[in-house]
Design a protein around this ligand. Sequence first.
Ligand code: HEM
Length: 432
Amino acid sequence: MAADPEQTNPSGGLNRRRVLSGIGVGLGVGAAAAAGSVLTHDHDTGGRATATGGTAPAADGGSQIVAFRGPHQGGIATPAQDRLCFAAFDVTTTDRGQLQQMLTSWALAAEAMTKGLTVPGDAGDLESPPIDTGEAEGLKPGNLTITIGYGASLFDSRFGLAGRRPSQLKALPQLPKEDLDPGSSDGDICVQACADDPQVAFHAIRNLRRLGTGVVAPRWMELGFGRTSSTSPAQATPRNLMGFKDGTRNIDAGDAAVMGDHVWIGAEEPQHWVRGGSYLVSRKIRMLLEQWDRDNLNDQQNVFGRAKASGAPLTGKKEFDTPDFSAKDASGDYAIPMDAHVRLAAPENNRGLRILRRGYSFTDGIDPVTGQLVGGLLFLAYMKNPDQFVTLQRILGAHDALNEYIKHLSGGLFVTPPGLAPGADWGAQLFG
Ligand code: HEM
């Protein structure tokens, strides 16, 4: 195990001298075994640790470090960062020990990277590939969070985990009007890396993938170039690719009571090891952008039930005004139409049901056949029970006016375990 490198000095900066032991499995094991390399931060740039020298990060204020350990994993209640790199993996080994060892190495690497350090283990050995791929050196920690999740398939017969499967982790039912691509859905393990710098997020996924060589293979991956939700009232509401403010009535992730009621898995779950975690539903939703861009403003607003410019409900004036679902316009129709997205999704109309949305805009470039833009929303949402998503999507999939302009391409359901206590790691947490 690596020594915990986070030791604060009296002036509040990070202690620059770290002695870390090797952690690699699979590729680069030889170099990773080189225990005792000294990692240091580059003080002048406020950047990441390097093997060559330097000092504290974020000299210009704010450490940009989100705590890796604690009761909950980072990246859920953490105020949504600007960028995302998300990957799902299939486990390719049949060796339970190898999988456990990889997860242990991932936790140590993830902890180091969130602190703005390089992946531990590099000895500067000229004959071996470096353990850390290097592209994040000199960059700030960027509020990086690395959140791990497990799909239902991991709890099949391969690794003896069937007895530890969380009770709600099972295939989602077929939902209205959906035809998801199985090849780019699901996965045994998922990793969500969020940061305010896209290269920091990409570096995190790339390096975990590298540490997992011979144990896991990537199944699908997506880059998110802009957050589409605010998860804290301190954040300005961002806009999605349809140009609408998104996240206005999202859960405030800083509200512990609401998070306890709707997001964190609690005592209702018989598998103790996932209490304090959360279920993550992902959906890659393409927006038919050219079609949307030809729609008139009035119709666009009716689709959501909100004004495009201000984000106000069609029954209000300001963004945070509470929608009035009973209000009618001069012609006697509901001011927020019956098929408007917010009417169908609102807790008032769903027995108080809420989810924490934490999605990102994506683009896959241009469709080579049609020449159209391929882009949309990588919908990510955390909840106490996946039934919350199923209930909402049954209604939205069947009735939402938005359906004319979107298409669900792929998806996944994962359980994200609680955060790690000091000394704990993902391998031991999963296998018990
Ligand atoms: C491309 C697809 C989608 C887009 C563009 C979109 C966009 C929006 C927008 C603009 C709002 C209003 C602002 C806000 O309160 O955040 C909203 C609200 C909401 N959406 Fe979506 N959404 C999409 C898909 C989904 C899906 C798949 C779900 C869940 C199954 C969902 C659940 C919600 C919920 C719960 C609200 C809050 C409603 C309220 O409390 O008023 N959305 N969405």
